[in-house]
Every structure is written in C-alpha cells, then in structure tokens.
Design a protein around this ligand. Structure first.
Ligand SMILES: Nc1nc2c(ncn2[C@@H]2O[C@H](COP(=O)(O)OP(=O)(O)OP(=O)(O)O)[C@@H](O)[C@H]2O)c(=O)[nH]1
Ligand SMILES: [Mg+2]
Length: 407
C-alpha cells in the first residue's frame, strides 16, 4: 500500500492523481516523505503520460471535427456525481436512439447489479459510522453475504432471486431505514432507494434494464464521451467529461470553440462533505480557513464554476446552469439546514428561499458580462430534461444568434 493512501485516507495520489491501484509514487520511509517521493525518472514518466493523454484528447477532437463538421459545441461540466452523464444519457434517449442494443443493455444490467451490491455495503458502512447497531438483523447480513461472497468476480455480480427476500427485509428494517435517513452523513449512491425498491423485477432471469433504470445507474466518467444530434435543424455536439479532480485536468483541452457550457450542480451538495472536497479546498487555505467545517461539495462546485467562468477561452460562451437533483433536494430540506454550508443564509429553510439563495450565489460567481441561464432540474426525469433543454436552446439561440446563423 502506498504511504499517501494509508496515511491521508485519500482516493487518489496528490502527485500522479491516480488511485491506489494505478499510483506511480513509490512510498519512502519517514514523516511526510510520501508527498515528495518523485524521482527524476518518475517525473519524466509522468510528463510523458500527460503528453500522451493530451495527444489522445486532441485525436478525439480531430476525429469529432472530421465526423461532424460544423456544429454548436456544448460542454457538460460540473463537480463529481452532479448528474452530467445522466443528462448526457437523456440526450441519447430524447434525441438519438436511446439504449437499444442487447449488448449495451446487458452491460447496463451488470452495472446496475454492481450498484445494488455497492449500495448494500455502503449502508452497512454507514451504520458503523453512525453507530447504529445491526445485531438485530445479523441473520440477514449472513444470508446476503453468503450469496454475494462467491461472486468475487467484479463482472459476474448478479442480483439473483435468492437475494431478493433478504435484501428487501434488510432495506425495510428499522435499523437500515434509520441509516438511510442520515444518508448525507456518509457516502451512499443516489439510486439506492430506486434499485432496492425494484429488486423483484431486476432479479428476474431475463431482466434487461429500461431507460429509467439506465438513467439511475452510476459509473464515474473517466473518459470523454461525445454525441452529435440535430436540434431544430442545427447540429449540436455534446461532450460529457468526468468531474473528479483527476478528470478536470482534461477540461481545458475542450474549451476551444465551445459555444455553450452546461454546468451541473448537485443541489444536495450543500449537505455533503466528501474526502475529495476536503482535499480540493485545502489547496486554498486562505479562502477556506477551517477546511473540515467548510468542505461541503457545493463549495467546491462554486469554486470550480468560478474558475471556469473566468476562463478567457470561454469568454463568449453561453452558460447554462443546471441546479440538479431537485427531487432529492426537496427530500433533504426538512432534515438538513442550508446554513452550515452558507453561514449568511438566515431565512426559512424552504425550497423557495434556499433555491433562490443558491442560484444567486452561482450567478454572482459568474464573471460579469456572461450570459448565464439558471434552470432547476431532475436529471433522472426524461420529461423534465426534455422541457428544460428546449427552454435552454431558445436562450442559446437568442444569445448566440449570430454564431448559429439563426438571426
Ligand atoms: N434522484 C436523482 N438522481 C440523480 C439525479 N441526477 C443524477 N442522479 C444520479 O446521481 C448519480 C450520479 O450521476 P452521474 O450522471 O453519473 O454524475 P456525473 O456528474 O456524470 O459524475 P462523474 O462522471 O463522476 O463526474 C447517478 O446514480 C444518477 O442516477 C437527479 O436529478 N435525481
Ligand atoms: Mg459522468
């Protein structure tokens, strides 16, 4: 195990930005030496890697240009797990062919099975963290673990019918419901409830996911995905990238010619404090003095938005702000106040006041002169995204009429 991971419990290395499996920084002995462990040879290897990565991105872009000719380029940006890929999938459903091929559906089935298993283990980890005893449901844990244990191959996990009864009993137990109520105090997949309430259908031998199942699935993006589609006779190129810090390094390469930035914000980020946020904010000790207290995911999103809106390469781009996960945000508001995240917020903790406050924070963070259009969305809801996207494109065409040639 590399020193930086064990000592600082981080998910990726401070230096090479890879996770424990791909970390290239050899651990040395001695206090703090892990952070300074790069040898010259390693430095040059890393430089080579960065160059290779950048060349690969250029290649993807050149291919896109060749394939698609002229188009309006829309970049989907935002913090990790904010819902970027979910919106991208909705565009595939609404404007392209959706998800039809059996091979694709089988792949999504595998992902959904893995999501279900991860949710189960995250709930158990949450119970431990919150000190909620699980002894009364020990028999269910044994039963479920006994079924899951032989499926050690990551690609062969299946929500077999034998799992359904104990998993439903586990989910409905008083203890797990208590854990779930406090889900923002630990890491839990957003689609936990959706999948655990659809176990019977998912466990069917012939199960293939429908579109709703697919938009609820979760896999962090570590590549650059693009689609092209026609919208009212105009060709749009939409690009989805990863929001994790290691992925954000790739964003800059994509800014050129971007006419629209669709920036996605996870509204529930006001209650979440991830390890990534702590690491990110600790880079700005003057702005965020008490990192542990300040490390809300929404603050990181604000910082990222602030940075990209100041980018000269995006000076003439239209910014669409998607305040996403409205459904989860509404569930959360009666439980968690906005004030710990934003100390200046002193109004009622209801949807209207909180959403207005958050919206103002972001629109003010955008550098002046920018065209910024805020929208509130539930990305898992196809109808909602269809409507919002239509409104967005009207704003884009108006704001950018010269560039689109529609004036
Ligand atoms: N309930 C609910 N879930 C959502 C919503 N938007 C996204 N999700 C879920 O949130 C999870 C993360 O969404 P993604 O689209 O993968 O997030 P992302 O921004 O692409 O994440 P990275 O690729 O890691 O940057 C998925 O399980 C989605 O189904 C929403 O509006 N409501
Ligand atoms: Mg993604």
């Amino acid at each position: 195990m590399f020193g930086c991971f064990s000592r600082f419990s981080v998910e990726y290395c401070y230096q090479c930005m890879h996770g424990p499996d791909g970390c290239m920084v050899p651990s040395r002995h001695g206090e703090g030496s892990e952070l300074y462990a790069h040898s010259e040879e390693l430095e040059s290897k890393l430089r080579g890697l960065a160059k290779k990565e950048s060349m690969e991105i250029e290649k993807v872009l050149a291919q896109d240009k060749k394939n698609y000719g002229s188009h309006i380029k829309i970049l989907i940006l935002g913090g990790p797990s904010s819902g970027k890929s979910t919106i991208f999938k909705q565009m595939q459903i609404i404007h392209v062919n959706g998800f039809k091929s059996e091979q694709e559906l089988v792949q999504y089935r595998g992902l959904i099975d893995a999501n279900i298993r991860d949710s189960y283990f995250q709930l158990i980890a949450g119970a431990r963290l919150l000190d909620i005893p699980l002894e009364p449901i020990d028999h269910l844990l044994y039963e479920i673990n006994d079924i899951y244990s032989p499926m050690c191959d990551e690609f062969a996990i299946r929500t077999v019918p034998d799992l359904v009864e104990p998993l439903i009993a586990f989910w409905k137990s008083e203890q797990i419901q208590e854990v779930y109520k406090r889900r923002y105090e630990f890491e839990l997949m957003d689609s936990t409830k959706y999948y655990l309430e659809n176990l019977e259908r998912i466990s069917n031998e012939n199960y293939l996911p429908n579109e709703e199942d697919i938009v609820h699935s979760r896999k962090a993006t570590v590549s650059i995905n693009s689609i092209v589609f026609e919208y009212t006779g105009v060709s749009l190129l939409m690009i989805d990238v990863g929001g994790q810090r290691s992925e954000r390094k790739k964003w800059l390469h994509l800014f050129d010619d971007a006419k629209v930035v669709l920036f996605v914000i996870d509204l529930t980020g006001y209650a979440k404090k991830s390890e990534e946020s702590r690491t990110e904010l600790s880079r700005f000790p003057l702005l965020f003095r008490d990192i542990g207290k300040d490390a809300f995911d929404m603050k990181v999103a604000l910082k990222i938005f602030n940075d990209i809106s100041a980018s000269p390469a995006l000076a003439s781009a239209v910014f669409l702000l998607f305040f996403n996960k409205v459904d989860l945000f509404k569930e959360l508001l009666p439980q968690v106040r906005l004030q710990p995240c934003f100390s200046k917020f002193e109004e009622e903790n209801d949807y209207d006041s909180t959403s207005k406050f958050i919206c103002e924070k972001f629109t003010r963070a955008a550098k002046s002169k920018k065209s910024v259009f805020p929208h509130f969305t539930t990305a898992t809801n196809t109808e909602n995204i269809k409507l919002v996207f239509r409104a967005c494109m009207e704003s884009v065409f108006k704001a950018n009429s010269k560039a689109t040639g529609l004036s």
